[in-house]
Design a protein around this ligand. Structure first.
Ligand SMILES: C[S@@+](CC[C@H](N)C(=O)[O-])C[C@H]1O[C@@H](n2cnc3c(N)ncnc32)[C@H](O)[C@@H]1O
Ligand SMILES: [Zn+2]
Length: 130
């Protein structure tokens, strides 16, 4: 249903290889479960290379896709995305927010709450920082 390819947004991205219906659970965000404290330390390290892999699960836990992650960690951010993230029974699911056609890049809104130092490239002139 999806595959990794080079993206115009940034580095690698994830693209649909077939039509994906709205609300479909496409993939879960896999990775190591760590505390927010540990995540802050790792994010500092990751930021030096310009990429962050940590996804906030809840007030207590963060999932680090850089350790034991799957394809979901290559999904880029967009301010006008075609997917959304939803936590169901402690699992972060990436779901389609509309029908996605083959060849479209999957994106969701990261809603980052960290350093916000990476300028968003979802469209020319976007002022968001990730
Ligand atoms: C989880 S990775 C996504 C996969 C990444 N493209 C790669 O090649 O590894 C998250 C990182 O991708 C980059 N990224 C994702 N969406 C972006 C966007 N809309 N604009 C600029 N950089 C983006 C940022 O560096 C972010 O920290
Ligand atoms: Zn943007």
């Amino acid at each position: 249903m999806i595959e990794r390819r080079r993206s115009k947004l940034h580095g690698w991205g994830v693209f649909a290889t077939e039509r994906i219906p709205k609300n479909k659970r496409i993939i879960h965000y896999a990775g190591e479960k760590i505390t927010h404290r540990e995540s802050r330390e790792r994010e500092e390290r990751y930021l030096k290379r310009g990429k962050i892999w940590c996804f906030r699960l809840n007030n207590r836990w963060v999932i680090d896709g850089a350790v034991g992650g799957n394809l979901a960690r290559f999904i880029n951010h967009s301010c006008k995305p075609n997917c959304y993230a939803q936590v169901i029974d402690g699992v972060i699911w990436i779901r389609a927010s509309k029908t996605i056609e083959p060849g479209e890049e999957l994106t969701y809104n990261y809603r980052t709450d960290g350093a916000k130092s990476i300028p968003c490239r979802c469209r020319p002139g976007c002022k968001t920082r990730l």
